[in-house]
Design a protein around this ligand. Structure first.
Ligand code: TGC
Ligand code: FAD
Length: 387
């Protein structure tokens, strides 16, 4: 069944022709190339790596960055790309988010010219993959407490520690690793295959099964001086990258909700009980109305957020609100859609339960719902829950 993207408030009218073109190109690619393979990939617990060159061809890997001949997607076009990718699967959007917002962005913003020239072209054309190591086994919501440590030597640094829950870890040619150097958080580029650098896939997952998640461990890994990202100092370094990725998640989560809504709507019109389509019952319509209302509110928030980002005035607190809102409602909508599909909703012939399981992770990573509540709470009250 062809996907019919909900747009109840004609937000399409508020997009530029270029933004619509970018969105429609990615939407068609997801329908034609990704949807046929996702159920099987999810079942097997693999990421469809064979599609990476096509994603690169679409220009979505770091395509918003001002570098070389990159397409320089604007914030709204970039957000729409994330929305369309996550309509396919959160794992697909995760792959692209990590590569662009969490690996290419820190290299682009904080790296030396040599680091940029070495990595950005390859990461953009998909010939190199990256991952972002901030979370540790004992430090998730409080990355400032990290224990991974770098010690300066005559010719570089020695890195020790561990990172956990790292998206793209086993696929990565380069890891952006955050570690304390003389007590200050700094970013390092750690390359695949370095002595003492081990990567283990975390496969026992009910969620984001079509995404690679890994543990990284560093035992006396010797890094050259050129491994340090010179421009990033303090927790603000990784958190600035999270602003970019959280922005994409705000859009992406609404994309997953749009997929679930469309599926529940179509199902309700074709499934008959008590002699009529279930979509004719008031309760079913109440659920659909709730879903489309929250989707519309999310779409409007994201579009406004994108325009603020375009004019350079967006704040991290606005990004937190949109990430929190998008994930919360998308998960609620996915759960609702699963219920509306009855027993069929638990099978992988339908998408709702896959999105529902994925969104549990999406609500957790890049700052949990509670952490974003406290970030917004700190901004509006001036009182710091983390102090
Ligand atoms: P706090 O005192 O608030 O801040 C420390 C320094 O950082 C600055 N800062 C920011 N800078 C840029 N953007 C932001 N959003 C920032 N928030 C804070 C701040 O100004 C300060 O700078 P300075 O110069 O004064 O030192 O730090 P805190 O320790 O109180 O922590 C604040 C808190 C809890 C909000 C923060 O730690 C947090 O956001 N925790 C959540 C952790 C998180 O989101 N982890 C994500 C890991 S990556 C991931 O999940 C990838 S999933 C990818 C995928 O598959 O899609
Ligand atoms: P915890 O911080 O232990 O939180 C547990 C619970 O306590 C949560 O409900 C939380 O909201 C609550 N809590 C914590 N602190 C407070 C507080 N102060 N007040 C109230 N409640 C609180 N990390 C990376 O660095 N790179 C990646 O690529 C990456 N990819 C991921 C992929 C997946 C599939 C998943 C699931 C996670 C990924 N993460 C990644 C890690 C993710 O960012 C963390 O899981 C997240 O930040 C939460 O940390 P935690 O799991 O340790 O939970």
């Amino acid at each position: 069944m062809a996907y019919r993207a909900p747009d109840f408030f004609d937000l399409d009218e508020m997009l530029t022709e270029e933004e619509r073109l970018v969105r429609d190109t990615v939407r068609d690619w997801v329908s034609d190339r990704f949807m046929p393979v996702i159920a099987e990939a999810y079942r097997k617990g693999t990421f469809p790596e064979h599609l990476i060159p096509e994603m690169a061809e679409l220009g979505v890997l770091g395509g918003n960055l001002d570098y070389g001949d990159f397409p320089r997607l604007g914030p709204v076009a970039y957000g729409l790309v994330m929305q369309e990718l996550e309509r396919g699967d959160s794992g697909l959007r995760s792959f692209v988010s990590v590569q662009g917002a969490l690996v290419m962005y820190p290299i682009w913003r904080y790296g030396s010219d040599e680091q940029k020239d070495k990595w950005l072209p390859k990461l953009h054309d998909g010939s190199a993959i990256g991952c972002f190591g901030l979370t540790e086994p004992d430090h998730g919501s409080d990355p400032g407490g990290m224990e991974t440590k770098a010690v300066a030597t005559d010719d570089g640094y020695v890195l020790n520690g561990a990172k956990m829950w790292i998206t793209n870890g086993n696929l990565a040619d380069v890891a952006v690793v955050w570690a304390k150097l003389d007590g200050e958080i700094r970013g390092f580029l750690v390359e695949k295959g370095m002595d003492g650098f081990e990567v283990m896939e975390q496969r026992a997952k009910h969620s984001l099964r079509a995404s690679v998640t890994s543990e990284l461990s560093f035992q006396d890994v010797k890094l050259g001086k050129d491994a340090l990202l010179p421009g990033a100092k303090g927790l603000g370094g990784p958190l600035s990258c999270l602003n970019q990725a959280r922005y994409g998640i705000a859009w992406g989560a609404i994309g997953a909700a749009m997929a679930c809504y469309d599926e529940a709507l179509e199902y309700g019109k074709s499934r008959t009980q008590f002699g009529k389509p279930i979509a004719q019952f008031q309760l079913y319509q109440n659920k659909l109305t709730h879903m489309i209302t929250e989707i519309t509110k999310g779409q409007m928030m994201n579009l406004r957020l994108g325009r603020l980002k375009e004019q350079g005035t967006v704040t991290p607190f606005q990004v937190s609100m949109a990430k929190r809102n998008g994930c919360f409602h998308a998960l609620e909508i996915a759960r609702m859609a699963r219920d509306m599909l009855g027993a069929n909703g638990i099978t992988d012939e339908y998408q709702a339960m896959r999105h529902m399981c994925n969104l549990e992770s999406v609500k957790t990573y890049e700052g949990t719902h509670d952490i974003h509540t406290l970030i917004v709470g700190r901004e509006i009250t001036g009182l710091d829950a983390f102090a």
